[in-house]
Design a protein around this ligand. Structure first.
Ligand code: SF4
Length: 469
Protein backbone atom coordinates (compact mmCIF):
# COMPACT_ATOMS: atom_id res chain seq x y z
CA UNK A 1 0.00 0.00 0.00
CA UNK A 2 1.27 3.48 -0.85
CA UNK A 3 2.51 5.33 2.18
CA UNK A 4 0.80 8.55 3.28
CA UNK A 5 3.83 9.69 5.20
CA UNK A 6 6.70 11.91 4.20
CA UNK A 7 10.24 10.55 4.31
CA UNK A 8 10.88 12.49 7.50
CA UNK A 9 8.13 10.70 9.32
CA UNK A 10 9.18 7.26 8.11
CA UNK A 11 12.70 7.87 9.32
CA UNK A 12 11.57 8.77 12.79
CA UNK A 13 12.03 6.06 15.38
CA UNK A 14 10.52 6.92 18.71
CA UNK A 15 11.05 4.46 21.49
CA UNK A 16 9.07 5.73 24.42
CA UNK A 17 5.34 5.60 24.02
CA UNK A 18 2.44 4.09 25.86
CA UNK A 19 2.93 0.35 26.08
CA UNK A 20 1.07 -1.80 23.57
CA UNK A 21 -1.34 -3.02 26.22
CA UNK A 22 -2.64 0.52 26.44
CA UNK A 23 -2.41 1.47 22.79
CA UNK A 24 -5.39 3.31 21.42
CA UNK A 25 -5.78 1.14 18.33
CA UNK A 26 -8.77 -1.05 19.01
CA UNK A 27 -9.63 -2.98 15.84
CA UNK A 28 -12.83 -4.64 17.05
CA UNK A 29 -15.60 -3.90 19.48
CA UNK A 30 -16.26 -6.69 21.97
CA UNK A 31 -19.60 -6.69 23.82
CA UNK A 32 -19.15 -7.49 27.50
CA UNK A 33 -21.53 -10.10 28.89
CA UNK A 34 -22.30 -11.34 32.36
CA UNK A 35 -20.64 -14.63 33.35
CA UNK A 36 -17.19 -16.03 32.86
CA UNK A 37 -17.38 -17.72 29.48
CA UNK A 38 -14.15 -17.51 27.53
CA UNK A 39 -14.04 -16.84 23.80
CA UNK A 40 -11.25 -16.53 21.26
CA UNK A 41 -10.90 -13.96 18.52
CA UNK A 42 -9.97 -15.40 15.16
CA UNK A 43 -8.80 -13.36 12.16
CA UNK A 44 -10.26 -14.64 8.87
CA UNK A 45 -8.51 -14.65 5.49
CA UNK A 46 -10.44 -11.55 4.43
CA UNK A 47 -9.15 -9.69 7.51
CA UNK A 48 -12.46 -9.78 9.42
CA UNK A 49 -12.53 -10.67 13.10
CA UNK A 50 -14.69 -13.52 14.39
CA UNK A 51 -15.45 -14.36 18.00
CA UNK A 52 -15.37 -18.13 18.58
CA UNK A 53 -17.14 -19.16 21.78
CA UNK A 54 -16.28 -22.20 23.90
CA UNK A 55 -19.33 -24.00 22.52
CA UNK A 56 -18.09 -23.40 18.95
CA UNK A 57 -20.58 -20.62 18.27
CA UNK A 58 -19.18 -17.94 15.93
CA UNK A 59 -19.98 -14.26 15.71
CA UNK A 60 -18.54 -11.74 13.28
CA UNK A 61 -17.25 -8.73 15.23
CA UNK A 62 -18.05 -5.17 14.34
CA UNK A 63 -15.11 -2.93 13.52
CA UNK A 64 -14.58 0.03 15.81
CA UNK A 65 -13.90 3.33 14.10
CA UNK A 66 -10.94 5.42 15.12
CA UNK A 67 -10.59 9.06 14.22
CA UNK A 68 -7.99 11.69 14.86
CA UNK A 69 -9.81 12.64 18.04
CA UNK A 70 -9.08 9.18 19.46
CA UNK A 71 -5.36 9.60 18.99
CA UNK A 72 -3.26 10.00 22.11
CA UNK A 73 -0.39 11.44 20.06
CA UNK A 74 1.88 8.98 21.77
CA UNK A 75 3.72 8.44 18.47
CA UNK A 76 3.19 4.72 18.91
CA UNK A 77 0.73 4.64 16.03
CA UNK A 78 -0.57 7.08 13.48
CA UNK A 79 -4.11 6.92 12.11
CA UNK A 80 -4.90 7.68 8.47
CA UNK A 81 -6.75 10.81 9.63
CA UNK A 82 -3.59 11.93 11.35
CA UNK A 83 -1.65 11.37 8.16
CA UNK A 84 -4.03 13.78 6.41
CA UNK A 85 -3.39 16.32 9.12
CA UNK A 86 0.33 15.83 8.83
CA UNK A 87 0.12 16.33 5.07
CA UNK A 88 -1.72 19.62 5.68
CA UNK A 89 1.01 20.70 8.04
CA UNK A 90 4.21 19.83 6.30
CA UNK A 91 7.11 21.44 4.53
CA UNK A 92 5.46 20.43 1.22
CA UNK A 93 2.42 22.49 2.20
CA UNK A 94 4.68 25.42 3.06
CA UNK A 95 6.33 25.16 -0.35
CA UNK A 96 2.82 25.24 -1.91
CA UNK A 97 1.97 28.45 -0.05
CA UNK A 98 5.26 30.01 -1.11
CA UNK A 99 4.58 28.98 -4.70
CA UNK A 100 1.07 30.49 -4.57
CA UNK A 101 2.57 33.67 -3.18
CA UNK A 102 4.74 33.97 -6.26
CA UNK A 103 2.02 32.96 -8.71
CA UNK A 104 -0.89 34.91 -7.33
CA UNK A 105 -0.08 38.50 -6.40
CA UNK A 106 -3.62 39.33 -5.23
CA UNK A 107 -3.78 36.53 -2.66
CA UNK A 108 -0.28 36.78 -1.28
CA UNK A 109 0.18 35.98 2.38
CA UNK A 110 2.69 37.47 4.76
CA UNK A 111 4.73 34.55 6.01
CA UNK A 112 5.87 34.65 9.62
CA UNK A 113 8.13 31.91 10.94
CA UNK A 114 8.59 31.18 14.65
CA UNK A 115 11.65 29.03 15.29
CA UNK A 116 12.02 27.12 18.55
CA UNK A 117 15.43 27.21 20.29
CA UNK A 118 15.46 23.38 20.33
CA UNK A 119 15.23 23.27 16.53
CA UNK A 120 18.07 25.75 16.24
CA UNK A 121 20.26 23.60 18.49
CA UNK A 122 19.42 20.47 16.49
CA UNK A 123 20.35 22.14 13.18
CA UNK A 124 23.49 23.57 14.79
CA UNK A 125 24.64 20.10 15.86
CA UNK A 126 24.03 18.67 12.40
CA UNK A 127 25.93 21.43 10.61
CA UNK A 128 28.66 21.90 13.24
CA UNK A 129 27.71 25.48 14.00
CA UNK A 130 26.96 27.37 17.18
CA UNK A 131 23.26 27.63 17.93
CA UNK A 132 23.21 31.39 17.21
CA UNK A 133 25.15 30.90 13.98
CA UNK A 134 22.62 28.25 12.90
CA UNK A 135 19.83 30.76 13.70
CA UNK A 136 21.46 33.49 11.59
CA UNK A 137 22.01 31.16 8.62
CA UNK A 138 18.52 29.71 8.91
CA UNK A 139 17.16 33.25 8.82
CA UNK A 140 19.15 33.80 5.64
CA UNK A 141 17.76 30.59 4.08
CA UNK A 142 14.15 31.27 4.99
CA UNK A 143 14.31 34.88 3.85
CA UNK A 144 15.73 33.67 0.57
CA UNK A 145 12.86 31.32 -0.19
CA UNK A 146 9.94 33.26 1.25
CA UNK A 147 10.12 36.02 -1.42
CA UNK A 148 7.79 38.25 0.53
CA UNK A 149 7.96 40.47 3.51
CA UNK A 150 8.48 38.04 6.35
CA UNK A 151 9.87 37.83 9.83
CA UNK A 152 11.71 35.10 11.65
CA UNK A 153 11.33 34.88 15.36
CA UNK A 154 12.43 32.67 18.12
CA UNK A 155 9.80 31.43 20.58
CA UNK A 156 11.73 32.62 23.61
CA UNK A 157 8.89 34.60 24.98
CA UNK A 158 8.44 34.29 28.66
CA UNK A 159 5.44 32.21 29.51
CA UNK A 160 7.49 31.33 32.58
CA UNK A 161 6.24 34.45 34.32
CA UNK A 162 2.74 33.07 33.99
CA UNK A 163 3.76 29.72 35.40
CA UNK A 164 5.27 31.48 38.39
CA UNK A 165 2.13 33.36 39.32
CA UNK A 166 -0.01 30.24 38.86
CA UNK A 167 2.38 28.21 40.98
CA UNK A 168 2.41 30.71 43.80
CA UNK A 169 -1.36 30.52 43.85
CA UNK A 170 -1.37 26.73 43.91
CA UNK A 171 1.32 26.66 46.60
CA UNK A 172 -0.78 28.78 48.89
CA UNK A 173 -3.66 26.36 48.29
CA UNK A 174 -1.36 23.35 48.89
CA UNK A 175 -2.16 22.05 45.46
CA UNK A 176 0.21 19.97 43.32
CA UNK A 177 1.07 21.72 40.10
CA UNK A 178 2.01 20.06 36.84
CA UNK A 179 3.70 22.20 34.25
CA UNK A 180 3.72 20.84 30.72
CA UNK A 181 4.19 21.84 27.16
CA UNK A 182 1.34 20.53 25.06
CA UNK A 183 2.23 17.07 23.86
CA UNK A 184 0.97 13.51 23.68
CA UNK A 185 0.83 13.68 27.46
CA UNK A 186 -2.07 16.16 27.33
CA UNK A 187 -3.98 13.89 24.91
CA UNK A 188 -3.25 11.02 27.24
CA UNK A 189 -4.37 12.99 30.31
CA UNK A 190 -7.56 14.17 28.62
CA UNK A 191 -8.55 10.77 27.33
CA UNK A 192 -7.29 8.51 30.07
CA UNK A 193 -7.46 10.40 33.36
CA UNK A 194 -9.95 13.15 32.49
CA UNK A 195 -11.38 15.12 35.35
CA UNK A 196 -9.00 13.64 37.87
CA UNK A 197 -5.77 14.98 36.43
CA UNK A 198 -6.71 18.06 34.41
CA UNK A 199 -7.21 20.44 37.36
CA UNK A 200 -3.55 19.90 38.29
CA UNK A 201 -2.21 20.87 34.89
CA UNK A 202 -1.07 24.41 34.22
CA UNK A 203 -3.31 26.17 31.72
CA UNK A 204 -0.51 28.42 30.49
CA UNK A 205 -0.23 28.11 26.73
CA UNK A 206 2.82 26.49 25.17
CA UNK A 207 5.41 28.78 23.53
CA UNK A 208 4.05 27.79 20.11
CA UNK A 209 0.53 28.91 20.94
CA UNK A 210 1.64 32.07 22.74
CA UNK A 211 3.44 32.93 19.51
CA UNK A 212 0.17 32.06 17.76
CA UNK A 213 -1.84 34.64 19.67
CA UNK A 214 0.99 37.17 19.43
CA UNK A 215 1.43 36.85 15.65
CA UNK A 216 -2.23 36.65 14.61
CA UNK A 217 -3.32 39.19 17.21
CA UNK A 218 -0.80 41.81 18.26
CA UNK A 219 1.51 41.60 15.25
CA UNK A 220 -1.39 41.58 12.75
CA UNK A 221 -2.86 44.65 14.39
CA UNK A 222 0.47 46.48 14.45
CA UNK A 223 0.97 45.85 10.74
CA UNK A 224 -2.64 46.66 9.82
CA UNK A 225 -3.26 43.13 8.55
CA UNK A 226 -6.21 40.80 8.84
CA UNK A 227 -5.10 37.56 10.63
CA UNK A 228 -6.09 35.66 7.49
CA UNK A 229 -3.48 37.55 5.49
CA UNK A 230 -0.74 36.01 7.62
CA UNK A 231 0.58 32.49 7.17
CA UNK A 232 2.19 31.57 10.47
CA UNK A 233 4.72 28.74 10.42
CA UNK A 234 6.24 27.22 13.57
CA UNK A 235 9.48 25.20 13.46
CA UNK A 236 9.30 22.72 16.32
CA UNK A 237 11.15 19.70 17.71
CA UNK A 238 8.20 17.28 17.54
CA UNK A 239 5.19 16.12 15.53
CA UNK A 240 2.81 16.59 18.46
CA UNK A 241 2.92 20.31 17.90
CA UNK A 242 1.03 19.74 14.62
CA UNK A 243 -1.82 18.24 16.62
CA UNK A 244 -1.65 21.10 19.07
CA UNK A 245 -1.93 23.73 16.32
CA UNK A 246 -5.05 21.93 15.02
CA UNK A 247 -6.96 22.02 18.29
CA UNK A 248 -10.26 23.89 18.02
CA UNK A 249 -9.12 26.00 21.01
CA UNK A 250 -6.53 27.65 18.77
CA UNK A 251 -8.85 28.47 15.87
CA UNK A 252 -9.92 32.09 15.52
CA UNK A 253 -13.59 31.72 14.61
CA UNK A 254 -14.16 35.35 13.74
CA UNK A 255 -11.13 35.61 11.50
CA UNK A 256 -11.61 32.02 10.23
CA UNK A 257 -7.98 31.10 10.60
CA UNK A 258 -5.72 29.08 12.86
CA UNK A 259 -3.26 30.90 15.10
CA UNK A 260 -0.51 28.65 13.76
CA UNK A 261 -1.16 27.58 10.17
CA UNK A 262 1.65 25.13 9.65
CA UNK A 263 4.04 23.32 11.97
CA UNK A 264 7.19 21.85 10.52
CA UNK A 265 9.78 19.88 12.44
CA UNK A 266 13.53 20.55 12.60
CA UNK A 267 13.95 17.46 10.38
CA UNK A 268 11.63 18.98 7.79
CA UNK A 269 13.76 22.13 7.71
CA UNK A 270 16.66 19.91 6.76
CA UNK A 271 14.47 18.38 4.01
CA UNK A 272 13.73 21.90 2.74
CA UNK A 273 17.44 22.71 2.66
CA UNK A 274 18.11 19.49 0.75
CA UNK A 275 15.30 20.22 -1.69
CA UNK A 276 16.81 23.62 -2.42
CA UNK A 277 20.30 22.05 -2.64
CA UNK A 278 21.59 24.25 0.13
CA UNK A 279 23.69 23.53 3.19
CA UNK A 280 23.52 25.87 6.19
CA UNK A 281 27.33 25.94 6.14
CA UNK A 282 27.35 27.63 2.73
CA UNK A 283 24.86 30.38 3.56
CA UNK A 284 25.81 33.89 4.58
CA UNK A 285 24.52 34.63 8.08
CA UNK A 286 21.71 37.20 8.16
CA UNK A 287 20.94 39.88 10.71
CA UNK A 288 18.34 38.67 13.18
CA UNK A 289 14.85 40.05 13.40
CA UNK A 290 14.46 41.23 16.93
CA UNK A 291 10.86 42.28 17.44
CA UNK A 292 9.84 39.29 19.58
CA UNK A 293 13.13 37.43 19.90
CA UNK A 294 15.41 37.38 22.93
CA UNK A 295 18.69 38.44 21.39
CA UNK A 296 21.72 40.43 22.40
CA UNK A 297 23.26 41.93 19.27
CA UNK A 298 23.47 39.02 16.89
CA UNK A 299 23.49 36.33 19.58
CA UNK A 300 20.43 34.50 20.87
CA UNK A 301 19.74 34.32 24.58
CA UNK A 302 18.28 31.25 26.22
CA UNK A 303 16.44 30.71 29.47
CA UNK A 304 18.22 28.98 32.34
CA UNK A 305 17.34 25.42 33.33
CA UNK A 306 16.28 22.50 31.17
CA UNK A 307 16.26 22.47 27.39
CA UNK A 308 12.48 22.04 27.57
CA UNK A 309 11.70 25.57 28.65
CA UNK A 310 13.37 25.84 32.05
CA UNK A 311 10.03 26.00 33.87
CA UNK A 312 11.15 24.15 36.97
CA UNK A 313 14.33 26.22 37.31
CA UNK A 314 12.57 29.56 37.15
CA UNK A 315 9.60 28.68 39.32
CA UNK A 316 11.94 27.12 41.91
CA UNK A 317 14.35 30.05 42.13
CA UNK A 318 11.52 32.58 42.10
CA UNK A 319 9.52 30.73 44.78
CA UNK A 320 12.63 30.24 46.95
CA UNK A 321 13.30 33.98 46.84
CA UNK A 322 9.79 35.34 47.10
CA UNK A 323 8.26 32.81 49.48
CA UNK A 324 11.26 32.05 51.70
CA UNK A 325 13.81 34.81 51.07
CA UNK A 326 16.40 32.32 49.77
CA UNK A 327 18.63 33.15 46.78
CA UNK A 328 19.29 29.92 44.87
CA UNK A 329 22.00 30.18 42.23
CA UNK A 330 22.51 26.52 41.32
CA UNK A 331 19.93 23.74 41.55
CA UNK A 332 21.18 20.34 42.71
CA UNK A 333 19.10 17.55 41.25
CA UNK A 334 18.78 14.10 42.76
CA UNK A 335 18.24 11.34 40.22
CA UNK A 336 15.46 8.97 41.24
CA UNK A 337 14.41 5.91 39.15
CA UNK A 338 16.37 7.10 36.12
CA UNK A 339 17.90 10.27 34.69
CA UNK A 340 14.48 11.35 33.42
CA UNK A 341 12.99 11.38 36.89
CA UNK A 342 14.78 13.89 39.13
CA UNK A 343 13.90 15.94 42.14
CA UNK A 344 15.22 19.11 43.71
CA UNK A 345 14.45 20.41 47.19
CA UNK A 346 14.90 23.58 49.19
CA UNK A 347 15.65 22.85 52.83
CA UNK A 348 16.11 25.20 55.77
CA UNK A 349 16.96 24.05 59.30
CA UNK A 350 16.17 20.45 58.32
CA UNK A 351 12.72 21.35 57.00
CA UNK A 352 11.85 20.79 53.34
CA UNK A 353 10.30 24.01 52.08
CA UNK A 354 10.06 23.19 48.40
CA UNK A 355 10.10 19.83 46.67
CA UNK A 356 10.03 19.88 42.85
CA UNK A 357 10.53 17.16 40.24
CA UNK A 358 11.11 16.80 36.53
CA UNK A 359 9.47 13.80 34.88
CA UNK A 360 10.20 12.99 31.26
CA UNK A 361 8.91 10.14 29.10
CA UNK A 362 5.63 8.24 29.34
CA UNK A 363 6.82 5.55 31.70
CA UNK A 364 7.87 8.09 34.33
CA UNK A 365 4.70 10.07 33.71
CA UNK A 366 2.58 7.00 34.38
CA UNK A 367 4.41 6.45 37.67
CA UNK A 368 3.76 10.05 38.60
CA UNK A 369 0.05 9.70 37.85
CA UNK A 370 -0.10 6.59 40.03
CA UNK A 371 1.53 8.50 42.91
CA UNK A 372 -1.04 11.25 42.51
CA UNK A 373 -3.91 8.76 42.45
CA UNK A 374 -2.69 7.04 45.60
CA UNK A 375 -2.38 10.40 47.35
CA UNK A 376 1.38 9.95 47.64
CA UNK A 377 2.65 12.82 45.54
CA UNK A 378 5.37 14.59 47.49
CA UNK A 379 5.92 17.36 44.95
CA UNK A 380 4.72 20.93 44.91
CA UNK A 381 5.59 21.33 41.24
CA UNK A 382 6.48 18.88 38.46
CA UNK A 383 7.89 19.70 35.02
CA UNK A 384 6.35 17.05 32.79
CA UNK A 385 7.61 16.31 29.29
CA UNK A 386 6.52 13.48 27.01
CA UNK A 387 9.93 12.84 25.45
CA UNK A 388 12.72 11.09 27.31
CA UNK A 389 15.42 13.79 27.83
CA UNK A 390 12.84 16.46 26.96
CA UNK A 391 12.36 18.69 23.92
CA UNK A 392 15.99 18.67 22.77
CA UNK A 393 15.36 14.99 22.08
CA UNK A 394 11.96 15.51 20.42
CA UNK A 395 10.81 13.07 17.75
CA UNK A 396 11.07 15.72 15.02
CA UNK A 397 14.71 16.61 15.66
CA UNK A 398 17.42 15.74 13.14
CA UNK A 399 18.61 12.15 13.30
CA UNK A 400 22.19 10.99 13.81
CA UNK A 401 24.35 10.78 10.70
CA UNK A 402 25.52 7.31 9.57
CA UNK A 403 28.17 6.16 12.02
CA UNK A 404 27.08 8.73 14.60
CA UNK A 405 25.68 7.56 17.89
CA UNK A 406 22.23 8.98 18.79
CA UNK A 407 23.29 9.53 22.42
CA UNK A 408 26.40 11.46 21.37
CA UNK A 409 24.27 13.57 19.08
CA UNK A 410 21.88 14.39 21.92
CA UNK A 411 24.81 15.40 24.15
CA UNK A 412 26.08 17.70 21.41
CA UNK A 413 22.64 19.28 20.98
CA UNK A 414 22.41 19.83 24.75
CA UNK A 415 25.90 21.40 24.86
CA UNK A 416 25.13 23.74 21.98
CA UNK A 417 21.87 24.77 23.60
CA UNK A 418 23.57 25.47 26.93
CA UNK A 419 26.43 27.39 25.28
CA UNK A 420 24.10 30.35 24.67
CA UNK A 421 23.99 33.01 27.39
CA UNK A 422 21.00 32.72 29.64
CA UNK A 423 18.72 35.53 30.69
CA UNK A 424 16.15 35.44 33.44
CA UNK A 425 12.63 36.28 32.19
CA UNK A 426 12.39 38.98 34.87
CA UNK A 427 15.44 40.70 33.36
CA UNK A 428 14.25 40.42 29.75
CA UNK A 429 13.30 43.93 28.66
CA UNK A 430 11.66 42.56 25.53
CA UNK A 431 9.21 40.59 27.64
CA UNK A 432 8.49 43.56 29.89
CA UNK A 433 7.83 45.81 26.89
CA UNK A 434 5.56 43.24 25.28
CA UNK A 435 3.56 42.80 28.45
CA UNK A 436 3.18 46.51 28.58
CA UNK A 437 2.29 47.23 24.96
CA UNK A 438 0.34 44.09 24.12
CA UNK A 439 -1.31 42.71 27.21
CA UNK A 440 -1.99 45.82 29.23
CA UNK A 441 -3.85 47.33 26.31
CA UNK A 442 -6.31 44.43 25.92
CA UNK A 443 -7.46 44.21 29.53
CA UNK A 444 -7.05 41.49 32.14
CA UNK A 445 -9.75 39.09 30.93
CA UNK A 446 -8.63 39.17 27.30
CA UNK A 447 -4.99 38.78 28.37
CA UNK A 448 -5.96 35.60 30.23
CA UNK A 449 -7.59 34.21 27.09
CA UNK A 450 -4.56 35.06 24.99
CA UNK A 451 -2.08 33.41 27.29
CA UNK A 452 -4.01 30.45 28.63
CA UNK A 453 -5.80 27.47 27.23
CA UNK A 454 -8.20 24.88 28.49
CA UNK A 455 -8.23 21.11 28.51
CA UNK A 456 -11.18 18.89 27.86
CA UNK A 457 -12.31 15.78 29.57
CA UNK A 458 -13.31 13.09 27.17
CA UNK A 459 -16.40 11.04 27.81
CA UNK A 460 -15.24 7.51 28.50
CA UNK A 461 -15.45 5.47 25.37
CA UNK A 462 -18.39 3.22 26.00
CA UNK A 463 -19.65 2.73 22.49
CA UNK A 464 -16.67 1.69 20.44
CA UNK A 465 -14.50 4.75 20.59
CA UNK A 466 -17.11 7.51 20.54
CA UNK A 467 -16.05 10.54 22.48
CA UNK A 468 -16.85 14.17 23.15
CA UNK A 469 -14.23 16.85 22.80
S1 SF4 B 1 8.71 16.91 25.35
FE1 SF4 B 1 8.67 16.00 23.31
S2 SF4 B 1 6.48 15.82 22.80
FE2 SF4 B 1 6.65 17.27 24.51
S3 SF4 B 1 6.77 19.30 23.51
FE3 SF4 B 1 8.88 18.61 23.91
S4 SF4 B 1 9.52 17.62 21.99
FE4 SF4 B 1 7.26 17.76 21.94
Amino acid sequence: MASHFSGVLQLTDLDDFITPSQECVKPVKVEKKQGKSVAKIQIEDDGSYVQVNQDGGRKKLEKAKITLNDCLACSGCITSAESVLITQQSHEELFKVLHNNKANATEQKVVVVSVSPQSRASLAAHYNLSSSEAGRRLTSFLKGIVHLWEIIYSCNISRIKLQISKFLCSFVLRFHFLSVLYSGWICYAEKTHGEFILPYISTTRSPQQIMGSLVKGYFAEQQGLNPQQIYHVAVMPCFDKKLEASRPDFYLNKAETREVDCVITSGEVQKMLEKENVSLNELEPATLDTMFSSVCGNEFLRHAGSGSGGYLHHVFTYAAKHLFGEEVKELTYKTLRNKDFQEVTLEKDGVVLLCFASTYGFRNIQNLVQKLKRGKMPYHFVEVMACPSGCLNGGGQLKALPGQNQKELLLKVEELYKAECSLSPEDDTHVAELYQSWLHSVGEERAKELLHTQYHTVEKMTNGLTMKW
